[in-house]
Design a protein around this ligand. Sequence first.
Ligand code: COA
Length: 161
Amino acid sequence: MTQTREPALALTLTDAPEEAAQAVIAKGLRDHALAKIGYRDARPLAILARKLVEGKEVAVGGLLGRTSFGLFYIDRFFLPEGLRGQGLGGRIIALAEKEAARRGCSRAVLFTADFQAPQFYLDHGYEVLGRLDCEPPGHTRFCMTKKLDGARCGRPFAVGE
Ligand SMILES: CC(C)(COP(=O)(O)OP(=O)(O)OC[C@H]1O[C@@H](n2cnc3c(N)ncnc32)[C@H](O)[C@@H]1OP(=O)(O)O)[C@@H](O)C(=O)NCCC(=O)NCCS
């Protein structure tokens, strides 16, 4: 009897996964969702603050996130010091939430640390879903969420809609 065997599998621990590996995992997950749910709708959502520097428009800060299956994930939000405290962050988050709701998201969700901006998010209608002690000792991360107006949770969203 012949037995076909998978080639030996090696597990690699790395802090620099190559693009091809990342693409395989991302595609695998997309296809898995498509098979289980029947559609996939993950899309980046970014609001960029741009400035003219030596005649060229460059991003100096902004918000990076994504929408997926009715949730708006805020992954990164940063403005340089000189642009803070003038309402720009509030404008950016309002724009991002509006677009997320337009895409059908019912909630925004994020992590922020005590030395970052929990108060900013509380001021903008977010509530604390959970808290985790983190490093350096004595510090805390908050998982925060806000209900959005997008009441279309679950409806497939066509790219460009
Ligand atoms: C968080 C951030 C994007 C907000 O942008 P912003 O332009 O400063 O925000 P706004 O000017 O619209 O709003 C500022 C309000 O939030 C409050 N706020 C912002 N950051 C705060 C902080 N770290 N702690 C307490 N309050 C904060 C301010 O007190 C201010 O309140 P007020 O309007 O009552 O005076 C910006 O401050 C920033 O980049 N911070 C450093 C990076 C960071 O913490 N990012 C968040 C990661 S989750």
